[in-house]
Design a protein around this ligand. Structure first.
Ligand code: UD1
Length: 415
């Protein structure tokens, strides 16, 4: 099993380019199946989740061609409405196949989706949406099945602004009869990117980016070309890497409007941030101030940057509090960080972080973003760290060791 070996203490300097967003690429790959003709997608990151979803789509009969960051999908040969059982368990986003196939073919089946083990990950809101549009939903032996002779638009209030549920309902509603209104919808930029693609394909969607989305169903959608937005979570991770090592890094290909909450917190901590049209420069001089952070749906502070931010907070001169409100079990990195010397106390959904001297240790990744946090801790630790179970990290960060090494980090991937 591969590991990352990191010798901490190097200051990061230079320029780095951010890839297309994983969480936009996945639903947009699924969206291509709604069309009657091929689509071409650019800036698709080379990640395990993407490979697995492409495999799922291929096994359903579509023609998928992938080279570098370009993916071409021709959905014309689709002959199965079911996802491969083993592949579907490997990524949460396999549930997007449900909304897409239900909309296009009136039926779909998938095993209950996998992904990170960051808490109970129900799909009740997705299913509530499908039912409201007229689908029959059943769940037997871990397989979800949805069926409908005809989908008809309706008004759906989401009890929580779930990203996945909003997307799945958008899929189903895009080819339904009449108008669907999603209230308390998610507003994440990745969902807006998907809606832009669907609109170019011919869908009639209004209000995306607000908490009320209105969709007027259309008869058919056409395959189109689309470039995926930059990954704000990858960008945020490298911004934190720059700050934590006392560095000076220009993070290129970032839409700074997508990471305002992180920029605001970094400013509060005394980190210099220069926003530019093509990216953001992060410079850290002097001591860091402690801050409190609460994760929230967009535009609040992203839960996917919580663990990385927590590592940065161990390097301040005061005590900080991090409150996790999105996922119920997202402090699994804390035990591993403690092995490296982090002084963190968990109380329910809050973590109290005190200034800590980190020293290299052997640690194990428990989920994707926890893995990023452990790598960041390794960069600032005294001595050598060995980070194992890095397949979690490779679900979401393309070539992370190469990118960090190009900035001056001493990190190697070893077997
Ligand atoms: C997406 C992101 C993930 C991110 C999360 C929140 C992808 C592939 N993943 O996940 O990286 O951490 O948004 O920004 O885009 N919930 C329910 N019932 C449901 C659905 C969700 O109770 O039917 C709850 C979840 O348990 C969780 C919260 O809603 O507590 C947020 O989930 P959701 O926004 O759906 O996250 P995902 O779309 O799965």
């Amino acid at each position: 099993m591969a590991k990352f070996v990191i010798n901490g203490g190097n200051t990061l300097k230079g320029e780095i380019k951010i890839n297309g967003a994983k969480n936009a690429a996945l639903p947009i790959l699924a969206a291509t199946l709604l069309a009657d003709s091929p689509s071409v997608l650019r800036d698709i990151p080379d990640l395990r989740d993407v490979t697995n979803l492409c495999e799922i789509i291929k096994k359903m009969g579509a023609n998928v061609k992938r080279s570098n960051h370009l993916v071409e999908i021709d959905p014309v040969g689709i002959n199965s409405f079911e996802t491969d059982k083993e592949l579907a368990k490997k990524l949460r986003a396999s549930y997007y196949i449900l909304g897409v196939m239900l909309a296009k073919y009136g039926e779909a089946r998938t095993s209950l989706p996998g992904g990170c083990s960051i808490g109970n990950r129900p799909i009740d809101l997705h299913l509530k949406g499908f039912k409201a549009l007229g689908a029959d939903v059943s769940l037997n032996h871990g397989i979800v099945e949805v069926k409908a002779d005809k989908l008809v638009g309706d008004k759906i209030y989401l009890d929580y602004p779930s990203v996945g549920a909003t997307i799945n309902i958008m899929f189903a509603a895009s080819l339904a009869e009449g108008k669907t209104v999603i209230e308390n919808a998610a507003r994440e930029p990745e969902l807006v990117d998907l809606a832009n693609f669907l609109t170019v394909m011919g869908a009639n969607i209004k209000g995306v980016g607000t908490d009320i989305i209105k969709i007027e169903g259309v008869d058919k959608l056409e395959g189109k070309e689309h470039r995926i937005i930059p990954d704000r979570i990858e960008a945020g991770t490298y911004m934190i890497a720059a700050a934590i090592t006392g560095g000076d890094v220009f993070v290129k290909n970032v839409l700074t409007e997508h990471i305002k909450s992180l920029i605001a917190k970094m400013h509060e901590m005394g980190i210099e941030i220069e926003e530019d049209i093509s990216g953001v420069r992060v410079i850290k001089n002097g001591k860091l101030k402690s801050v409190d952070v609460k994760t929230l749906p967009y535009p609040g502070f992203p839960t996917d940057l919580q663990s990385q931010m927590m590592v940065l907070l161990t390097q301040t001169k005061g005590t900080s509090i991090v409150k996790e409100t999105v996922w119920e079990n997202r402090f699994m990195h804390v035990d591993e960080l403690k092995r490296m010397g982090a002084d963190i106390t968990i109380d329910g959904h809050s973590a109290l972080i005190r200034p800590s001297f980190l020293s290299g240790a052997e640690v194990t990744v428990t989920d994707l973003r926890a893995g990023a946090a452990l790598i960041l801790a390794g960069l600032v630790s005294d001595g050598k760290s060995k980070v194992s179970k890095i397949h979690h990290v490779e679900r979401g960060y393309e070539g992370i060791e190469k990118k960090l090494a190009s900035l001056g980090a001493d990190i190697k991937r070893v077997k």
